[in-house]
Design a protein around this ligand. Structure first.
Ligand code: PHE
Length: 467
């Protein structure tokens, strides 16, 4: 395909816009707020000692996450097409190597890997909405709640059933397009999500464990920090902000011309962080109030919490609300995970969005079977070290591919994209502001990622290579 052909294919495919700046903020926050905030963040914070982890994570969001998100959205709005086409046209415009298109591809692949396991875990939340509301946990003890979860994970058919349900819903929504699909879902799910979180927050405030939960989140106990903590916190910042894989670039392509990117992105990151912290402040107090442990790993949400709810007044209702909340959060993220690949295929082949969405969904679903089996028939089959298929995908995508993609995106936006374009996108007119921005996004953020990368991954690599 020639350059002019590729550009015209790119421009005819998208052309869609968010109805307003606020809808972009909600859609991007919908992408950002997901399993990462409500399932992962509390359990990772629990495993890594609480307060210090939270502090490092907040530092990563501010110093690395926000500048990289601004870079990603600005590239998207400048390119006005799918991440692959955007990287292709912007690298031509910048006179840079066409190899930068690979960054778009890296995003598409990463999105695929993440969605494949995301659909499986999100399926669990659907199952748990049903279990909680039907009173399955009423009066249950720890052993039986644990046994319910173990039995569920051991049954590939059950996992596939809920994975299919969740993926079908996702594909149906994205197939309908930006306005009729994504925006329509966002308009319902996001306000509901805030409302449910508020209800749960009030519940947790009265649970009797709030002070303890608060202390766990915000007291700095440095002895819990290991060499991996910073990498995990950074990976979490990337994952939770949906950075480094082109989602924000794809969504950025639909941002109206007059929206101020700086304040828009800060609002998105603030909403995402606020919800992660609020989720912690809902979960930890409920767990502590019932004398349970928070360091349970991934089972925190699916074992410890249902147990805690089962011992509390109106536990079925509030447990059900909690899992409904995660399901809503997960669906608005899953739809964004498809967008880089979906927009690319629609543009490139001038194809029907619904049909492309269905094909992508089926491939992702198939790949997701690997994750399903990681919890039963393949649980002991290790891919690297002690990581099975799911563990490997999770580690690779979150801790390596997203930071790598994010670092390269920031580098490209800062050092290769013509300065005038970048300043125009950001509305920067004052040279001092321009310099401050370049130092933050062009040096601090990518170098920060690099340092964390090298210092934590080098020992792992060296031991694998026997150095
Ligand atoms: N941010 C989402 C979450 O926290 C996950 C996600 C990652 C979505 C990357 C899109 C892109 O659950």
């Amino acid at each position: 395909m020639t350059n002019s052909e590729s550009t015209s294919a790119a421009s005819q495919g998208v052309g869609q816009r968010w109805s307003s700046r606020w809808l972009f903020i909600l859609a991007a926050a919908g992408s950002a707020v997901g399993l990462g905030n409500i399932w992962k963040f509390p359990y990772i914070a629990g495993e890594n000692g609480g307060g210090v982890f939270v502090a490092i994570y907040l530092g990563c969001v501010a110093a690395v996450g926000i500048p990289i998100m601004i870079s990603e959205v600005l590239l998207g709005r400048q390119g006005r097409s799918s991440p692959i086409h955007t990287m292709r046209s912007l690298s031509q415009r910048a006179g840079a190597s066409g190899r930068w298109t690979a960054l778009g591809w890296l995003g598409v692949v990463t999105g695929f890997l993440i969605l494949s396991y995301y659909g499986v875990i999100a399926g669990w939340t659907l199952h748990y909405v049903w279990l909680s509301m039907s009173g399955a946990f009423a009066g249950a003890d720890g052993a039986s709640v644990g046994a319910t979860f173990d039995a569920f994970l051991a049954d590939p058919w059950a996992l596939v059933f809920y994975q299919t349900l969740f993926m079908a819903l996702t594909i149906w929504i994205v197939g309908r397009g930006v306005t009729r699909g994504i925006e329509a879902a966002i308009r319902w799910f996001m306000p509901l999500l805030f409302l449910l979180l508020l209800v749960l927050f009030i519940y947790s405030l009265n649970s009797g464990g709030f002070a303890q939960g608060w202390a766990f989140m915000f007291d700095l106990k440095w002895d819990a920090v290991s060499s991996d903590t910073v990498l995990i916190a950074m990976g979490q910042a990337f994952f939770t902000l949906s950075l480094g894989m082109g989602t924000m670039m794809a969504y950025g392509a639909y941002v109206p011309e007059d929206a101020n990117l700086g304040t828009t992105v800060v609002s998105i990151a603030a909403l995402d962080t606020f919800i992660a912290i609020a989720a912690g402040l809902v979960i930890f107090p409920i767990v502590f109030a019932n004398g349970l442990e928070v360091g349970q790993g991934p089972g925190l949400t699916f074992v410890t919490l249902p147990l805690a709810f089962s011992q509390m007044p109106f536990g079925e209702v509030f447990g059900g609300i909690f899992f409904l909340l995660i399901s809503f959060a997960a669906i608005t993220s899953a739809i964004s995970l498809t967008e880089p690949a979906l927009s690319y295929l629609v543009e490139e082949y001038n194809a029907k969005r619904q049909r492309v969405a269905l094909s992508l969904g089926v491939i992702c679903w198939l790949l997701g079977l690997g994750t399903v089996f990681s919890f039963n028939i393949w649980s002991d089959m290790m891919i690297v070290g002690d990581l099975n298929f799911f563990g490997f995908l999770d580690y690779l995508s979150q801790n390596i591919m997203l930071p790598l993609g994010g670092m390269l995106i920031a580098f490209f936006a800062m050092w290769l994209l013509p300065k005038e374009l970048m300043y125009k996108q950001l509305g920067i007119t004052n040279p001092a502001v321009g310099w401050a921005w370049r130092i933050l996004a062009g040096v601090v953020a990518p170098v920060g990622v690099l340092v964390v990368f090298v210092s934590t991954l080098w020992p792992v690599l060296a031991s694998l290579l026997g150095l």
